[in-house]
Ligand binder design. Structure first.
Ligand code: NAD
Length: 277
């Protein structure tokens, strides 16, 4: 079995030791990127064993994306900036699982939260949950914080960074380091001042400062702790996927990418609920 997170191990075995696949019963993959790579291999007809996509399992989506981010967004912001949330105007880009977690936590502490979305269903959900749906360009001049959670790239552009007000905090909770165009800030007219670990002031010629956290990488992974309970749930789900692939009778799984069977997902959920009894 291959237990992977990001697809690097799978890639390494493909490149260096392809013959190993003769004895491999399956791959279990945890991350968005790794799953994407597996689907590409499958599409190209190059996947030589069954693979299980744990990233899209309900326990991962809820525990890692929604509930973990709901807790760690506040921890990451507090540890880096000591900011007070009450009354602050915040824009959260993306109202998927991560965005929902961030918005809930910020609202609970009294921040005034608005949301940007490109998907009408998620935009409607934001609206019905009491968040104003806006375009980033409409609010970028007035907000105190901009948080990206989209999984997309260039969600915050240099032009928008130019228009932010002095002291605006900018950070990313979504995909690795693509969401904020940080590269565009590394130009001679802007000065970077490292004020503490993972916190940079980017200073414009007129003295305006934007507070950039973790250089646009994931705020919670760089600057906060992640509850071990969440990691435990994810690891358990992976173990269930390994067991399912290993014990499956020949022919149940072909050389393709599968989601964790609902029965296994439910086992993981009931197991989790037992922790709270
Ligand atoms: P998701 O697909 O549920 O939500 C993403 C949302 O962003 C979607 O609703 C989509 O319509 C919206 N979106 C996409 N492009 C946009 C844009 N340009 N402007 C506004 N909205 C836009 O995904 P998710 O589960 O919320 O995960 C989001 C990202 O966070 C992924 O890259 C995921 O890998 C990452 N993630 C981070 C952590 C963490 O610990 N920080 C944990 C889990 C997942």
């Amino acid at each position: 079995m291959i237990l992977d997170d990001g697809g690097d191990l799978t890639h390494w075995v493909y490149k260096k030791y392809p013959s190993v696949f003769k004895k491999v019963r399956g791959i279990v993959e945890e991350s968005v990127t790794g799953v994407h790579r597996l689907y590409q291999l499958s599409k190209a007809g190059k996947l030589c064993v069954p693979a299980m996509n744990v990233n899209d399992s309900v326990t991962k989506q809820k525990f890692d994306n929604l509930y973990c981010c709901r807790e760690s967004i506040l921890d990451g912001l507090k540890r880096t900036t000591d900011v007070m949330f009450g009354g602050k105007q915040v824009v959260v880009c993306g109202y998927g699982e991560v965005g929902k977690g961030c918005c809930t936590a910020l609202k609970a502490l009294g921040a005034i939260v608005c949301v940007t979305e490109i998907d009408p269903i998620c935009a409607l959900q934001a609206c019905m949950d009491g968040f104003k749906v806006v375009k980033l360009n409409e609010v970028v001049r007035q907000v105190d914080m901009v948080i990206t959670c989209t999984g997309n790239k260039n969600v915050v552009t240099r032009e928008q960074l130019d228009r932010m007000k002095n002291g605006c905090i900018v950070c990313n909770m979504g995909h690795s380091n693509t969401e904020i165009d940080v590269a565009s800030l590394r130009t001679p007219e802007l000065t970077w001042e490292r004020v503490r670990s993972q916190v940079d002031h980017v200073i414009w010629p007129d003295g305006k400062r934007v507070i950039l956290l973790a250089e646009g990488r994931l705020l919670n992974l760089s600057c906060s702790t992640v509850p071990s309970f969440v990691l435990s749930i994810t690891a358990t789900t992976q173990a269930l996927a390994l067991i399912e692939l290993y014990n499956a009778p020949d022919g149940r799984y072909r050389q393709d990418v599968y989601l964790l069977p609902k029965k296994m997902g439910n086992t993981a959920l009931w197991g989790t609920i037992r922790f709270f009894e």
